[in-house]
Design a protein around this ligand. Structure first.
Ligand SMILES: Nc1nc2c(ncn2[C@@H]2O[C@H](COP(=O)(O)OP(=O)(O)OP(=O)(O)O)[C@@H](O)[C@H]2O)c(=O)[nH]1
Length: 551
């Protein structure tokens, strides 16, 4: 019971600690596995304790039942032998009952030849005591006056009396054999006593079976009186309300767990005698019977403890191994937006099916997320018709260039009389022209240049690190290339280009774009199909620009 209480207390501590520290898979697995193991261990301890306890009780009851039967047999044999001795003496005396010397000699021989009787007595039919041994009892020539000796005179049969106090003051039982003459007339009897409280053959016989482990036996007569008990003070005491005594005096053989008259739980076996209406009960206290079980269970605990501890350690390690991949996956799930997440995911050792599937699913999810974000980013920065940068993307790129303090030239390009193309060939063909122009622009510029469509038929080309004169040359080459290109079914188109640049007297980006627009407007106004450089930009000190390779 103590083990169960300790186990429950430990489990309660674990649960409370988990609640305090916050539940996670590792702790849950530990809690589950620990509690399952603990319950199994406690259950096996408890059930093996119960089984062994029952086995001990059954064995003890069976042993004591067998003891009782054995003692009954030995005591019956003794009484039979004693009765036979009396019968033998009776035979001798019947032949010559007037011979006083013979009477004295037989009384003495009967007592001394064996140790069956404590005293012997030979009585005539009038109750006169003719012979006695030992003489120290001073009963010669007296009349019998006790319960047993008078009963023998009246009943005139072989008999064993119930216990009584003798004429000499001893608690005893009296055995007698009647004497008959040749005419079959009752002439007296020969008898012997068995002392109950003093040393006697009966006490010696029964004491053989007294054990030091708390076992003891007692004998009761038909009046519930104790004839033998290890506690001599109790001999002669009448015991009622005892189930075992009631059963044995009804002639039953058996075994039973009882509470004795002192209130102690006993495991008893009992059997009735055949030579006398007595019963023998042998018993052992339940407590002393079960005492070895506690040390046995302790030994079992000591022997199983190392394996138990090893099991707990194994559970702890396994729980950690199982929980670790899921814990790392859970931690990574909080940082899905970080670029290093997919690399971290790949390094997680998901060694079993579920965690591996989860990891793969997360990797797939991140892949899908990244491609979707990439697509959205591309769409947010791209002109859908031409695939060039849109205005948002252009502004971002320009901000970066300005942040890096890198100079650049701006070409603002507008198709001349594009309205006519739409009007003559339709809007779809107009779109084809815009797409063709985009291709030419990409073809002529470098990868490091930025080509954007910022309006209907307006394009912006940014040339990083290009000084004004080189910007103009490039714009001219671009214009000529466009005008010479045949775009089916429209044929040739022309463009006007306005040129400005940064840095320019600390102007803002908006101012630079306005200057490029103004130059473009000038190109349109002065006849189209031409390039115009913003005047301020045209006067820039070329030393401000890095040397660059031109197409
Ligand atoms: N096909 C097509 N046409 C467009 C698109 N965006 C704008 N336009 C047309 O571009 C034409 C621009 O006309 P205008 O602003 O009058 O300029 P323009 O005809 O080129 O004359 P100038 O610029 O003065 O030489 C209009 O007819 C618009 O409808 C587009 O995405 N696709």
């Amino acid at each position: 019971m103590l083990d169960t209480e300790i186990g429950l207390y430990k489990m309660r501590c674990i649960v409370l600690n988990c609640l305090r520290a916050g539940l996670n898979l590792h702790r849950l697995i530990l809690l589950l596995a620990f509690s399952a193991t603990l319950i199994t261990l406690l259950n096996s301890y408890y059930s093996s304790y119960q089984v062994q306890k029952q086995q001990l009780i059954d064995n003890t009851l069976n042993n004591h039942k067998a003891y009782a039967a054995k003692l009954v047999s030995a005591t019956d044999n003794f009484l039979l032998a004693a009765q036979q001795q009396l019968a033998y003496v009776a035979k001798i005396l019947e032949a010559d009952f007037t011979n006083q010397t013979l009477i004295n000699a037989e009384a003495e021989r009967l007592r001394l030849q064996t140790n069956s009787f404590n005293s012997t007595i030979i009585v005539n039919k009038f109750g006169d005591i003719l012979g006695v041994s030992p003489l120290s009892l001073n009963l010669q020539n007296r009349k019998v006056d006790s319960f047993g000796t008078k009963a023998a005179l009246s009943y005139r049969v072989p008999m064993i009396s119930e216990p009584y106090i003798s004429m000499a003051g001893n608690l005893l039982i009296f055995m007698s054999q009647p004497l008959f003459n040749s005419n079959n007339e009752f002439i007296g009897y020969v008898g012997g006593t068995l002392y109950l409280k003093r040393a006697s053959i009966l006490n010696e016989l029964l004491q053989v079976h007294y054990h030091q482990d708390g076992s003891y036996l007692y004998v009761v007569d038909e009046n519930n009186r104790l004839l033998y008990h290890p506690d001599k003070e109790r001999i002669g005491e009448q015991v009622f309300d005892n189930q075992v005594i009631n059963a044995v005096l009804k002639g039953k053989v058996g075994k039973q767990q009882v509470i004795n008259s002192q209130g102690v739980a006993m495991l008893a076996g009992y059997a009735p005698m055949t030579m006398a209406p007595w019963g023998v009960v042998t018993q052992r206290p339940l407590e002393s019977t079960l005492a070895p079980l506690d040390s046995l269970m302790w030994q079992v605990f000591i022997k199983t403890a190392p394996i138990g501890i090893l099991t707990f350690v194994l559970i702890w390690v396994l729980a950690k191994l199982i929980a670790q991949p899921l814990r790392k996956l859970a931690e990574t799930a909080n940082t899905l937006d970080e670029p290093t997440t997919s690399v971290a995911l790949k390094h997680i050792r998901s060694w079993y099916y579920e965690s591996d599937e989860l990891r793969k699913a997360m990797l797939k999810g991140i892949g899908l997320l990244e491609s979707k974000i990439g697509l959205l980013r591309h769409e947010a920065h791209t002109d859908p018709l031409t695939g060039l940068h849109n205005r948002r993307s252009l502004n971002m790129q320009l901000s970066q260039l300005m942040a890096q303090q890198r100079s650049f030239a701006v070409l603002a390009i507008d198709i001349d009389h594009f309205k006519r193309v739409n009007d003559e060939f339709g809007h779809d063909i107009g779109d084809v022209v815009l797409q063709s122009l985009a291709k030419i622009l990409l073809d002529v510029t470098r990868d490091s240049d930025i080509v954007a469509r910022t309006g209907g038929e307006e394009f912006i080309v940014i040339l990083p690190n290009v000084h004004p004169k080189r910007a103009y040359q490039l714009a001219e080459r671009l214009r000529i290339r466009i005008s010479k290109s045949i775009i089916e079914p429209v044929g040739n188109i022309n463009v006007s280009i306005g040129i400005a640049g940064w840095p320019l007297e600390q102007l803002s980006l908006d101012d630079v774009m306005k200057l490029a627009d103004q130059a473009l407007y000038l190109a349109k106004r002065t006849g189209r199909n031409r390039c115009v450089v913003d005047t301020i930009y045209d006067q820039q000190d070329t030393s401000l620009f890095e040397a660059t390779e031109l197409e």
